[in-house]
Design a protein around this ligand. Structure first.
Ligand SMILES: Nc1ncnc2c1ncn2[C@@H]1O[C@H](COP(=O)(O)OP(=O)(O)O)[C@@H](O)[C@H]1O
Ligand SMILES: [Mg+2]
Length: 376
């Protein structure tokens, strides 16, 4: 799919802004704090109805304004679709071709984006919950059923933890209700495991080739870590193993007052030659690994949605040397629409920029709309 244009009103530091995108590479350049990332963020919000930088719509409204609006046109094959999102006072509304879509979940599949933001590198270095969040967000974009199961899992998990505490403090001897909760939890857990393993398997199918293309060095792979032995097991087997685990550890869980096993305790790692780059990787390796992860998602999205997603790459060149910058541009200079932000395009091979539209941003204004295709 292609985002042909976008129209912002009172979004972040933009009063009014119209942008016509190129169907291939678009690069927004400018100094720091001018509004480059805000453009990417607006595309992300149009796609997913919420930002990745804040949970508060208030912050997205231009200072002093009580509303914002983002409109965009998406092209899939020869069909066009108009999308819009607005927040007026506290009311959020989304439209597809002038039809108000009541349920956000019915809206979000209209525009598929894959975002790389510099903060994503923290996901490699930070706590396991960041990596679980990443998996959850990415799989949810592709699978409504996953969101449903995941939300139910969390609800049951909370009830189960509460009940475990109750058994301990009130010495309740009837554990039949615990068994009911455990059964329900195991059902959702099995589904979550299955989807996560499938996703990781698909990532691994692509990621090492991408990483090698970009760095000309070692193999990168991703490994899912869990304290349940679920590898290469069928759904029925996973269910049985989980149930046994809970039965065997019942006393431990009662004393701990919480559920000690299941997808909420899992993690995944990025490995180069079998060592975890969280511990052994350089900053540059970690950044390249995360970019490779995002690029490895493209075929997964394409397989499920039948169209390529739009790549949003924020502040992509910093920390990468000239050779890696060029390899990256070369890699994405393909049959996919990309929106990039960068301070400048210094060191990028001019030939690679022939398909690019280069916009200059200054203080919430586009001072060069790149209409001459960067070849003035
Ligand atoms: N709600 C808002 N209203 C007005 N300006 C904002 C708002 N939110 C952020 N800004 C401004 O946007 C600028 C940062 O934009 P950003 O796109 O993150 O910069 P960069 O070009 O470095 O990527 C800052 O000048 C900040 O003050
Ligand atoms: Mg920025």
């Amino acid at each position: 799919m292609i985002l042909t244009k976008i129209n912002l009103v009172n979004f972040r530091n933009y009063y009014k802004c119209n942008i016509k995108f190129n169907s291939k590479i678009n690069i927004f350049i400018g100094n720091n704090a001018q509004g480059k990332t805000n453009i990417l963020e607006s595309v992300y919000v149009l796609a997913l109805t919420k930002s990745y930088r804040t949970n508060y719509d208030e912050i997205l409204k231009r200072n002093g304004s009580d509303s914002y609006k983002i409109k965009g046109q998406v092209k899939i094959g020869k069909y066009f679709k108009d999308l819009s999102i607005s927040v007026i006072n506290n009311e959020k509304k989304v439209f597809v071709n002038d039809t108000n879509i009541k349920k956000i979940s019915d809206y979000v599949s209209n525009l598929n984006v894959i975002l790389f933001s510099p903060e994503d590198v923290e996901t490699i270095k930070g706590s396991p919950s960041l990596r679980r969040d990443l998996l959850n967000i990415e799989i949810s974009q592709l699978n409504q059923q996953y969101i449903k199961n995941y939300n139910e899992y969390n609800k049951i998990l909370k009830m189960r933890n509460d009940y475990l505490k109750l058994i301990y403090t009130n010495s309740i001897s009837d554990i039949r209700y615990l068994d009911v909760l455990t059964d329900n939890l195991v059902d959702r857990a099995t589904y979550i495991y299955k989807e996560r393993l499938e996703f990781i398997k698909k990532i691994n199918f692509n990621i090492s080739v991408i990483y090698r293309d970009l760095t000309k060095t070692d193999n990168l792979k991703v490994r899912y870590e869990t304290n349940i032995d679920i590898e290469d097991k069928s759904e029925e087997e996973i269910k049985k193993i989980l149930l046994q685990k809970y039965q065997k550890n019942q006393n431990r869980e009662i004393i701990a007052g919480m559920t000690l096993f299941g997808p909420h305790r899992d993690d995944f790692h990025f490995l180069i030659n079998d060592s975890d780059i969280k511990v052994y990787g350089s900053q540059g390796q970690q950044k390249m690994a995360m970019i490779s992860f995002k690029l490895a998602e493209i075929p997964i999205f394409e397989e499920i949605t039948n169209t390529k997603p739009i790549l949003l790459l924020d502040d992509i060149f910093s920390e990468l040397d000239k050779t890696k910058r060029n390899r990256l541009i070369n890699y994405i200079n393909n049959d996919i629409q990309v929106i990039i932000t960068a301070n400048d395009t210094v060191g990028i091979n001019k030939k690679l920029l022939e398909n690019a539209k280069i916009f200059k941003i200054d203080n919430g204004k586009i001072i060069d709309k790149g209409d001459y295709n960067g070849r003035k």
